[in-house]
Ligand binder design. Structure first.
Ligand code: NAD
Length: 498
């Protein structure tokens, strides 16, 4: 893949065809209302596809299809080893269609196609593979009751899992939910973000090709206020797994209360601090990763290291190094492997980010960036931007910008650093840079977040749980712990003559 040039990617893009209908019961069908919405490439403004706008009726049909498949046992009671074979085949098909899937995500939401080809698509294949390989190795339990009693504790699939996901990693966010929920034997109804529905629709088709029975995996593209809300309120959905903003996450809690008290699992926003202490000996590595931590994927990352908290004695040196990196990460055509940053997802998000930048310019020191730019005269691009001397009260220090904007604040003591780091409504992730092992442990243990990365940023793998504390949500994606969300424990107690 690494040898593909701009010309190769452009030629492959010209040959793409888009799945643009609702996927229910193993078939692509128009939306019940016949309504559509445009999927727009934010790098060029071009309309890629007119996509079926699913709403309440489509969700009702998708959930009914999922329920029918679940009750039939065609997947839910299939031996784990056989489910494994289907999901492994799906992982292979994702790898076999890497170019197409990378292009779909890149063109739909603006990310660099080279990143999609190295991170998103291989990641999706790996997550399906990981859960496939795990599912026939998870054993149930027998309680130590004593003679005459056999109390079995088994994990049961829940039924129909609704998944509502955002646009920043369209294929991966869909996979994080679907791979674990499907491996566990559930049916899934996925509602991708309206900004980026194309890879999820192709994934559904590949899942069918891999042998997933009809109705087990349904995908309903559409708007949040219609399709997303209908899934949240549907009385036959057993569990709703959401990734997205904190505000919408709270709506899903309400939807559950207003309907059937379905389980709701939330992976929501973040404002992750990156703490750099003066005894970090490799400031170049810290600068490389600080830049990656905020500028990767245009800063549209829930766990983006958007707050740099740095010990005052090394602040100027470190900020200068990160600014150097930022200058080399200017936005370019997302299909060009030489580009270092892609486009923002759409005009609305670009405007949101520019509003935060305007506020930063008014009350902090702009170190670099700060402008919206066009590439080849088009598109939603924002320069990598760094603000220094940001006070902890400022909005760019407290709110999730979801763009390439770094807020730098200095501290004088470990205690002050910890106080500032934890002074947030969010608790998704944090990074710590220090060569003092005791300090690393001490600080990590006091950070109120789901993941602490020490001497790196955004450490993540299928083997480790990912999720937040506070208003970053609850429940975990990835790892075997994710299976807890998609199963319930059943106790079966048998009395017999000992
Ligand atoms: P969003 O909350 O606006 O949308 C997420 C999903 O919810 C979309 O599918 C959308 O259609 C749907 N939705 C929107 N309004 C709805 C409503 N009223 N009812 C039901 N559904 C609705 O978020 P976004 O802008 O797509 O994504 C950015 C957010 O996602 C950021 O806050 C980011 O931190 C978060 N995110 C979190 C994680 C994580 O793992 N914690 C990962 C990626 C993104």
């Amino acid at each position: 893949m690494s040898d593909m040039t701009l010309k190769d990617w452009t030629a492959a893009a010209a040959k793409l065809s888009f799945r643009n209908q609702v996927f229910i019961d193993g078939q692509f069908v128009p939306s019940a209302s016949g309504k559509t919405f445009d999927s727009i490439n934010p790098a060029t403004g071009a309309v890629l596809a007119s996509v079926a706008a699913g709403d309440e009726e489509d969700i009702r049909r998708a959930v009914a299809s999922g329920r029918k498949a679940f009750e039939s046992g065609v997947w839910s009671r299939m031996a784990p080893m056989d489910r494994k074979a289907v999901l492994l085949k799906l992982a292979d098909l994702i790898r076999a269609n890497l170019t197409e899937l990378a292009l779909l995500d890149s063109m739909d939401m603006g990310k660099l196609v080279a990143d999609a080809a190295v991170v998103d698509v291989p990641g999706s294949a790996l997550f399906f593979q990981w859960y496939a390989e795990a599912i026939d190795k998870v054993y149930d339990e027998i309680a130590p009751t004593g003679p005459g009693d056999l109390a079995m504790i088994t994990r049961e699939p829940l039924g129909v899992v609704g998944a509502v996901v955002p646009w920043n990693f369209p294929l991966d966010m869909a996979t994080w939910k679907a791979a674990a929920a499907l491996a566990m034997g559930n049916s899934v109804v996925l509602k991708p973000a309206e900004q980026s529905p194309l890879s999820a629709l192709r994934l559904a088709e590949l899942a069918s090709e891999a042998g997933l029975p009809d109705g087990v995996f349904n995908v309903v593209p559409g708007y949040g206020e219609t399709a997303g809300r209908a899934l949240g309120l549907n009385p036959d959905v057993d569990c709703l797994a959401f990734t997205g903003s904190t505000a919408v996450g709270k709506l899903f809690q309400q939807y559950a209360g207003q309907s059937n008290m379905k389980q709701v699992w939330l992976e929501t926003g973040g404002k992750s601090p990156n703490l750099v202490f003066s005894n970090c000996n490799d400031l170049d590595a810290a600068a490389d990763m600080a830049a990656f931590g905020i500028f990767f994927n245009q800063g549209e990352v829930c766990s983006a290291n958007s707050r740099l908290l740095v010990e005052r004695s090394i602040k100027d040196e470190l900020v200068a190094k990160i600014a150097d990196r930022a200058k080399g990460l200017q936005p370019g055509n997302p299909l060009d492997p030489a580009s270092k940053m892609g486009a923002m997802v759409d005009e609305k998000q670009t405007q949101t980010v520019m509003d935060y930048i305007a506020e930063g310019k008014a009350s902090a020191n702009l170190v670099t960036g700060g402008e919206r730019v066009r590439v080849e005269g088009k598109g939603c691009f924002v320069q990598p931007t760094i603000f220094d001397d940001v006070s902890p009260e400022m909005r760019i220090s407290r709110e999730e910008v979801f763009g390439p904007v770094l807020a730098v604040t200095s501290f004088d003591s470990e205690e002050e650093a910890l106080t500032m780091a934890n002074d947030s409504v969010y608790g998704l992730a944090a990074s710590v840079w220090t060569d003092d092992l005791s300090q690393a442990h001490r600080v990590a243990s006091r950070l109120n977040v789901g993941t602490v990365s020490v001497n790196t940023v955004d450490a993540l793998s299928p083997m480790t749980p990912f999720g937040g504390t506070k208003q970053s949500g609850y429940g975990r994606d990835l790892s075997l712990h994710s299976l807890d969300k998609y199963s319930s424990l059943k106790t079966t107690w048998i009395k017999f003559k000992a």
